[in-house]
Structures are given as structure tokens and as C-alpha cells.
Design a protein around this ligand. Sequence first.
Ligand SMILES: [Zn+2]
Length: 309
Amino acid sequence: MAQRADLANLSALVSTVEEFDRLMAETLPDLLDHAAGQTRRYLRETGQWADDIGHEKLALRWGYEFVERFLVCVRSEVPCRPLFLLDSLIAKFFSQPNPLCYHKDLCSPLGRFLDGLTSRAVLSRDALMALYYHLYGFGQGHVVQLLGLGPTESQRVYKNFERWRRAGWQRTVTEIGLSEAELRELEIVQTRDPRGLNEEANRLIPMVQDHYRRSEPEYFPCLSRRQWGELFDEGYGYDYRVWHLALCRNCMAEAYAIRLDGSAQTPGLQINLHLRPLLKGKGASFLWMQRGNGHGTERSAQRLSTASR
Ligand SMILES: [Zn+2]
């Protein structure tokens, strides 16, 4: 019954900061409980709940997260009704198209990185272009070649990369809430076992991509290799190419085979995760190193020059 009384206090109007601080000190466990309960309810309602320790931990983790965010922003809102503010913060978070816990595997630093990057790409063209680099290691030149862009769009891609390098990446990482320590930890894992990290990314990427493609009103369906080939040959569907290929690994593999991978002997599209943005002047030799074969390059260059905008 004590908890009920505390929740009632939290719903009442708090008029001064002193009163607020005292109430927070007294009711913190109840706030955490309440926030974890709301998270559990959301997961149940969206069919993402299972009665196991993993989901229980997930709800608690988000409970803490919400209360932390709440405490940061709410003091400046006094006079207020604290519980209403906490509930509205939680509701606002879950009404976004991308609440982080749509899959519990995505709560790892790598999952959060991939999810955050993709969620940003839905809103920002710079981030969308950056996906080609962060997931596959493609530089500007490869993106232009892969997507079959003309001179105007190519210029735009260079600008996208430049802005992303200068500010976009940092802003996105801050938004995701990924700390420098977490990034470094990921880099250590990557240095120790690059293949392992790419494999883990490869496992998580379809979950993330399926989620964001579904949440978009302009959902573009997947195409077969033949259909992608036609689309490139006939030079239409520019937005479709840029958007869908960035957000669909399977179609990327088809487009890669058509546009960049001239020979059947190469292993095809590989995940090649990059955590930080491309440094200026680096990475441009990637394609030539991979191919080591003048014929294929020439053919791709020819395709590029005939590709329409
Ligand atoms: Zn697709």
C-alpha cells in the first residue's frame, strides 16, 4: 500500500524544487518500478514480450534509462506533476518509429550503433549515403558506381560524405547515446576478431533493415537481379536505388553483382563494418585492390558513363 501512496504523491502537483528533490529521494525505487512496468506493458502490447530473464532485464534497463532522462529534464519543469511527465516521456519514446527495444539483440553496443545509424538514415540523406560506407566500406566512388549516378548526383554524394565526416557522424553517435568508451571497446573487439564482428553485424542488419523498411510509408518492395538490371539499364528509379539498396542487404547483393562484381570467382558482397567515418583521401583504392583486373573495371566504368541520372 505504501507504494500506492507514493505514486499518488507523484501524481500530485509539486510546486517547488525543494519539494521535488525530497519527493525524488523518497520515491526513486517506485519511479524505477513504474518505468520498468510501463516498458513491460509496451513490449507485451507489441508482441515483443517473453517471460524470461532476458526480457525482464531489458525492461529494467529501460526503466533506469527513462528515470535518468526524466531526472535530467524534469527539474526545470517544476511546478509539475512528476508522474505525468514521466509517463509522457515514456509514451513519446515508444511512439517513435524506432524505439530501441523492438528487438532485444539490438541493445548491445553494436546493435545500438546499427539501429541508430539506420534510424538516422531514414531522416537524413547524409546518413543514408554513409550506410554504404559503414556497412560495406564503400567510398564515394564506389557508391557512385554502384548506384549508377550522373555528375550532379555524384557531386551530391561527395557533399553527403563530407558533411557526414565533419559533423553528421558525431551527432548521430551522440543521439544514439554511444559513449567513446563503448566505441573503443567495439574497436578492440574488431581488431581482435574482425570477422566475428562482421558476422555479428551480418546477423543484426536484416532485423534493423526489415524494421525501418516496414515503418516507411513509401515502402519499396525487393526486386530480382533481372529487375535490378533492367532498372539500371533503363536508367530510372533513382530514389528507389539510393533508398532501397542502402536499407536492403539482399538487394544490395544483387546490385553489387551487377554493378561492381564483374567475375563469378569473387565472393560477392561482404559486410565490412566501419565504426568511424571515412578519413579524407583514404579508401579510394578499395575497388581496384579487390578486382586487380582491368577488364572488369573498364566494363563497369562504361556502364557508369552510360547510366542515366
Ligand atoms: Zn530489397
